[in-house]
Design a protein around this ligand. Sequence first.
Ligand SMILES: *[C@@H]1O[C@H](CO)[C@@H](O)[C@H](O)[C@H]1NC(C)=O
Ligand SMILES: *[C@@H]1O[C@H](CO)[C@@H](O)[C@H](O)[C@H]1NC(C)=O
Ligand SMILES: *[C@@H]1O[C@H](CO)[C@@H](O)[C@H](O)[C@H]1NC(C)=O
Ligand SMILES: *[C@@H]1O[C@H](CO)[C@@H](O)[C@H](O)[C@H]1NC(C)=O
Ligand SMILES: *[C@@H]1O[C@H](CO)[C@@H](O)[C@H](O)[C@H]1NC(C)=O
Ligand SMILES: *[C@@H]1O[C@H](CO)[C@@H](O)[C@H](O)[C@H]1NC(C)=O
Length: 460
Amino acid sequence: MSVRSIIATGLLAAGAVASPQWGGGWGYPKTVTVTSDHTVYKTVTKTGSCSGSSVTSFSSSSSHSSSASTSASASKSGSSSGSSSASSSASSSTSTVATTTTTSASNTVPTTTLLATATGHPLDVAAKAAGKLWFGTAADIPGTGEAQDPYWAAEFNSTDFGEATPANIMKFVFTEPEPNVFNYTGAEQFLSFVEGTGKLVRCHNLIWQSELPTWITNPTVNWTNATLTAALRNHVTNLVEYFGDRCYSWDVVNEAFSDNPAGAYASNVWFDTIGPAYVVEAFDAATQAVKAKNLAVKLYYNDYNIEYLGNKSYAAQNLVTELKGRGIQIDGVGLESHFIAGETPDKASQMANMQAFINLGVDVAITELDVRLNLPPNATTEAQQVLDYYNSVAACVAVGDGCIGVTVWDFDDEYSWVPGTFPGQGYADLFLSNGPNEPLTRKAAYDGCLQALTGAPESA
Ligand SMILES: *[C@@H]1O[C@H](CO)[C@@H](O)[C@H](O)[C@H]1NC(C)=O
Ligand SMILES: *[C@@H]1O[C@H](CO)[C@@H](O)[C@H](O)[C@H]1NC(C)=O
Ligand SMILES: *[C@@H]1O[C@H](CO)[C@@H](O)[C@H](O)[C@H]1NC(C)=O
Ligand SMILES: *[C@@H]1O[C@H](CO)[C@@H](O)[C@H](O)[C@H]1NC(C)=O
Ligand SMILES: *[C@@H]1O[C@H](CO)[C@@H](O)[C@H](O)[C@H]1NC(C)=O
Ligand SMILES: *[C@@H]1O[C@H](CO)[C@@H](O)[C@H](O)[C@H]1NC(C)=O
């Protein structure tokens, strides 16, 4: 697997450039419009409950992946392409050579593009052959409208992906927008799309500091330890019991630890009111719900900058030990893996870290893998990106059954959260396109993942 084209094209179109709407901050597109001349695509208008004020932004950190995880994807507003040749039978991608078209000169950045040679849809097939449960992807359904993009949908539906993680729609602001008023309409939309394809689901997430409704972040009566703990437990209990075993696993607590100082608990409404006990309470409530309904669903802690040994990973390891010591269920740790090309822990470092968790009696999973780079990409950074994807997937393969699978944080730059969150960076996903409802092109990073899954050496 070696011959690849490095071709100068105008591939890097609007979708990979930071959308002004996102302005370097973090938030939701309120309106996502997708158009096509073949199908009636609807305009998705988000409810008021996810307007900017109720969604807390994060302050990013430094080091390996200075990310604060979970995402909203790039808005498609204003980038609707009227020239789509979309049809639902279109194949998701071609290999080897990009058939490129360019959009208007003003939003086209010339670049070299290192493309894949693999054909078919082998990623999840190869992952299963390697003993993994899946190669999966996040999907922002209904959020970005990507499911109505026939090229995105055909690729999502393919055997490249055996698992899907809802990027946003199961988060607190959507599922409990008012106190004890649960809204599963959007989550059911996600699940009906995913379950139709037979994929497993990592449900995401129960307790996090972001994407919270205002009744949590700005209550009319100040929270006390007791009242907020009750609200937390009620949320966890309801979601775990409602979704049951339709979830393979739940990310029970997301990103509890800080980067500065690394491994301290992060300040947020939960920690500031309840203290470290909030994490224990969340896992305890989930454990009780699992028992009450006799579920098989697995309970995970999920975080970033815990993909290599260091104080933040040690904090997560200590949490596993503490929960197990209390007789509370924890089955796995999610290693988000939002990486930067060239600043990514190597394979041995990732293996050592995975093994440290596995030795505590939990599984690990790579849960949000993407590898962003400075725009525009060039031959050097693209080759580095291939190696970085390879190393993460190869580490998961090499540690054996304890690493259950790899999930990328969406697969198409068009819908990536990166450009809107890290201005000047992008190109983080396995595929690129000229815009919504345009054919996908497979990057060499795809081959890097496949080579790792099949035990082949990396050869970008
Ligand atoms: C529930 O959420 C859906 C979409 O996520 C929204 O359309 C609907 O208005 C919400 N229902 C209520 C009662 O808020
Ligand atoms: C993908 O699968 C879903 C069912 O889960 C289906 O509704 C949709 O039409 C499929 N799309 C494509 C392009 O295959
Ligand atoms: C609620 O908390 C705020 C900020 O901590 C404080 O200023 C205010 O006095 C509190 N209100 C009540 C009624 O305790
Ligand atoms: C909140 O209550 C829990 C349970 O009683 C306790 O373990 C924890 O220390 C309390 N937190 C604070 C900040 O007092
Ligand atoms: C890790 O934590 C230890 C104390 O627990 C501290 O001495 C050390 O400076 C920390 N290392 C880093 C890199 O923050
Ligand atoms: C490629 O991009 C990187 C990151 O922006 C930059 O440091 C490097 O100089 C570029 N290399 C070439 C050959 O342009």
